[in-house]
Design a protein around this ligand. Structure first.
Ligand SMILES: [Zn+2]
Length: 321
């Protein structure tokens, strides 16, 4: 039988009294696949795996056919980390500089670059796509620690005023590949009777948060827990203690899947704008473009680039009138 850490899946839970909802994700194999394709060095492997688990956790409580993209855009040498997840469990990720640890070697240091140093200071942009909405919902918050987990908790607090606890864990094997990877998220539900009874006393939510924070402070590193745990509820129990839980029967497998296509690539080319595309037309050549997530290459024929330019010009003319 395969251990918990080898089956990539999202598990959903609720507190029996509905004070919080929670999710547990295992992303070991997906992280291994993506990092293998991108040939990431160790700190990029950790950063990408954390981001993948974070995206899978945030997607866990969305609705069918919704997807979320997380872009950690900092001034550090990794040059940005991006992870995307759908509610149904399709994941992909990318980073600007997979060989980020080369910087340490240049400095003759053997220590691994910390994820926060690799990402640097900057912003987290969250893009949420909902079916039948033309434009995705985009929000941006400053990175608070650049360690990914706390940045996501901060985003949830800012965007929905909902306190949450997010723990992400990645363990690397000796050869630098992912031994296990996953995450746990607990999100408090909005409470109607959440006012303090009298000044100086705590609200029910505050009492619950204090309890959850106490448990989180005592919890051993999540990566070692993922390796040992035999089921997802045991993993969550480290953070919820004796609070009664209900497991949702909606469970999705998590898989690497890139949804790139010729038409998606052409649409992103159109976003470059008329001037850039005009230059491409002047060059009188087909363009070869590579998907940064999966490495697939697409050829856009010169005739198609000319069509795109004509479409942009027509759209511009309509806007001016
Ligand atoms: Zn692709």
């Amino acid at each position: 039988m395969k251990s918990l850490s080898e089956i990539d899946r999202v598990y959903r839970f609720y507190a029996k009294d509905l004070t919080f909802r929670a999710a547990v994700v295992i992303t070991t194999r997906t992280s291994r696949t993506i990092c293998g394709q991108l040939q990431t060095s160790p700190s990029a492997t950790v950063g990408l795996s954390r981001a993948l688990s974070g995206a899978a956790l945030l997607a866990a409580h969305m609705s069918e056919h919704q997807q979320i993209g997380l872009h950690f855009n900092g001034d550090g040498p990794i040059a940005g980390v991006f992870a995307e997840a759908t509610y149904e469990g399709e994941l992909r990720a990318w980073c600007g500089n997979p060989q980020v640890d080369a910087i340490r070697q240049q400095m003759n240091s053997t220590a691994r670059l910390d994820v926060a140093d690799a990402i640097g200071k900057g912003v987290l942009t969250v893009v949420r796509s909902v079916p039948f909405e033309k434009q995705p919902r985009v929000s941006t918050v400053p990175l608070v620690t650049s360690q990914i987990g706390q940045d996501l908790a901060w985003y949830l607090e800012q965007s929905a005023q909902i306190p949450s606890l997010i723990s992400l864990g990645v363990l690397l094997a000796e050869d630098g590949t992912v031994q296990c990877s996953g995450g746990v998220m607990i999100e408090l539900m909005p409470q109607s009777d959440n006012a303090p009874a009298s000044p100086g006393t705590t609200t029910p939510n505050e009492t619950l948060i204090n309890r959850l924070e106490e448990l989180a402070a005592k919890a051993p590193p999540l990566s070692s827990q993922i390796e040992k745990a035999t089921n997802a509820e045991d993993l969550l129990r480290v953070y919820t203690g004796e609070i009664p839980l209900v497991a949702s029967d909606v469970i999705h497998d998590l898989n690497f899947r890139c949804r790139c296509s010729q038409s998606r690539l052409e649409r992103s080319l159109a976003l470059l704008g008329g001037h850039e595309i005009d230059e491409m037309v002047k060059a009188r050549k087909d363009i070869e473009a590579k998907c940064q997530f999966c490495g697939a290459t697409y050829v856009i024929k010169l005739e198609r680039i000319e069509d795109l330019l004509a479409e942009i010009r027509t759209a511009d003319a309509t806007r001016k009138n």
